[in-house]
Design a protein around this ligand. Structure first.
Ligand code: B12
Length: 429
């Protein structure tokens, strides 16, 4: 124990704590996670294009060979078409919505992950668009900080980070809004700290600090990084996750870039490593977006490495997994309820064991007069409307296990257990 203490102290004193924050994981386990991304890279149905997958893979120890280059090519065609209105032969992207600020940011990060600097006429237009998005959000927050960004502080942080890794300067006042939000807890979701959001803000600040893009804000930026670190450490659960299992990857990306005197950080990282490993072995990581945030961590990398990515680093070629479909005849029953709808709903639904919550909703829609709608997102299908009631601005349909436990996964990933009651509840955030 004394040795561990001495080691942690030394590492803490030396600077980056990557060594203790990076979980040492069996390469087979990493490969299995990477394999989950492959079907999404094959499936070139445009609505599933996801720049985060590309970023995650490039910062990982894995590669997808020619498929990876092709994926970036399609990303470029599709994003340029949707953002700049450039004509391409395939007009199926015409009816896709314009990418959001965060999606544009992730696209620019994907370019950087391929060691490209955004440039030229088209590139400059994309940078201007992202800067304009941020300026609009800054105005929405308002000079007295009483308003909210139309998207979220998560996307605001992502936008600053993407411009920073391309070494594009932003006005101090734009960065200032995020500094203020972190300092005054304006990024809270339903009054609770969103570890993902502060971690993303922290990654943006670390990039700004390392690139010295806003020298007048240097002191505030350094302080904000320290605040973020404290908040994340404070959010560690008894099992070791920061926030919850799915915010731990981004939290570790942040902590990996931290140094702190004493042993606190090292100990917290070791505990998080163990918790993450246990969750990975339990098969908790199904969602491709989350896997794309986790893979860099398992390779000792973070989004800050996009400042100067190593595009020559050797990476292991992923082979598609051989699927063995598990056929089950067993049926389970799940109670689905929407107590606070205009037309309250409550029915027991039977589905094969292992079905997702989305399967339950589909079955309920087919058989019992339940209705719902979804919107596709980088995290999968997002529930937008239930029993004819669409969530309004700053509202969402929350998924809960009755009586009151919010689910940690979306409808496509969550697999209800026999006898469980799932509630859908319209809430503000
Ligand atoms: C902001 C945010 C929200 C906001 C989104 C509203 C808004 N206007 O921004 C609100 C509070 C509504 C929200 C709700 C939920 N969220 Co949320 N959310 C996030 C956060 C912090 C950022 C998302 C983002 O902006 N991404 C960047 C942009 C560029 O990508 P995008 O795909 O275009 O973004 C959209 C989607 O992410 C969508 N969205 C947000 N959360 C979720 C969750 C799921 C499962 C899906 C499919 C979509 C989705 O809203 C974004 C804006 O339109 C992420 C953190 C993370 N690590 O990703 C968690 C995160 C994605 N959310 C999560 C969860 C669990 C949920 C809920 C299922 C919680 C619940 N029990 O109800 C609900 C979704 C329910 C539903 N109706 O389908 C988990 C998902 C974990 C997983 N295994 O995949 C994350 C990772 C947080 C965490 N650490 O637990 N969320």
């Amino acid at each position: 124990m004394r040795h561990l203490g001495a080691l942690l102290f030394l590492l803490g004193g030396l600077g980056a704590l990557a060594d203790v924050c990076v979980p040492e994981v069996d390469s087979k386990l990493v490969e299995r996670l990477g394999q989950r991304l492959l079907p999404w890279m094959n499936w070139l149905s445009l609505e599933h294009l996801n720049p985060s997958i590309y970023v995650g893979l490039r910062l990982s120890s894995l590669q997808a060979g020619a498929r990876e280059a092709f994926y970036l090519h399609i990303l470029k065609l599709n994003y340029q078409q949707r953002l700049l209105g450039l004509a391409v032969d395939d007009d199926s992207s015409n009816n896709q919505a314009k990418p959001s600020m965060g999606q544009l940011a992730l696209y620019l990060m994907a370019l950087r992950a391929n060691c490209e600097f955004v440039g030229g006429r088209k590139g400059d237009r994309l940078v201007s668009q992202l800067k304009r998005f941020l300026e609009d959000e800054k105005r929405a927050i308002g000079s007295n900080h009483k308003g909210h960004p139309r998207t979220s502080y998560y996307q605001y942080g992502l936008g600053i980070l993407a411009l920073c890794v391309h070494q594009k300067r932003l006005h101090d006042s734009v960065v200032g809004k995020l500094l203020y939000a972190v300092k005054h807890d304006q990024h809270l979701q339903q009054d609770r700290l969103s570890v993902d959001t502060v971690a993303m803000a922290g990654l943006a600040f670390i990039c700004l600090e390392q690139s010295n893009l806003n020298p007048n804000q240097r002191h505030r930026i350094t302080q904000a990084i320290s605040t973020v670190r404290q908040k994340i450490l404070k959010a560690q659960t008894s099992e070791g996750h920061f926030g919850n299992v799915y915010s731990t990857p981004l939290a570790l990306q942040l902590l990996m870039n931290s140094s702190m005197p004493g042993e606190k950080l090292g100990r917290a990282c070791l505990k998080a490593r163990a918790a993450l490993l246990a969750s990975m072995q339990d098969g908790a990581f199904k969602n491709v977006l989350i896997i794309s945030q986790l893979l860099p961590v398992l390779n000792g990398k973070s989004y800050v490495d996009l400042i100067s990515p190593d595009c020559e680093a050797p990476r292991v070629l992923l082979q598609p997994a051989v699927e063995t479909p598990s056929q089950t005849q067993e049926l389970i029953s799940v109670m689905l309820k929407v107590p606070h709808a205009l037309q309250p709903y409550r029915h027991r639904i039977s589905v094969p064991a292992g079905s997702s919550l989305e399967d339950v909703l589909k079955k309920a829609q087919e058989l019992t007069g339940f209705t719902y709608e979804t919107r596709n997102s980088l995290s999968g299908p997002f529930l937008t409307s239930v029993m004819g009631k669409e969530a309004g601005e700053r509202e969402f349909w929350q998924l809960l296990q009755a009586p009151n436990t919010p689910l940690l996964e979306g409808i496509a990933d969550y697999t209800p257990k026999d006898g469980q009651t799932i509630e859908l509840r319209l809430v503000s955030w």
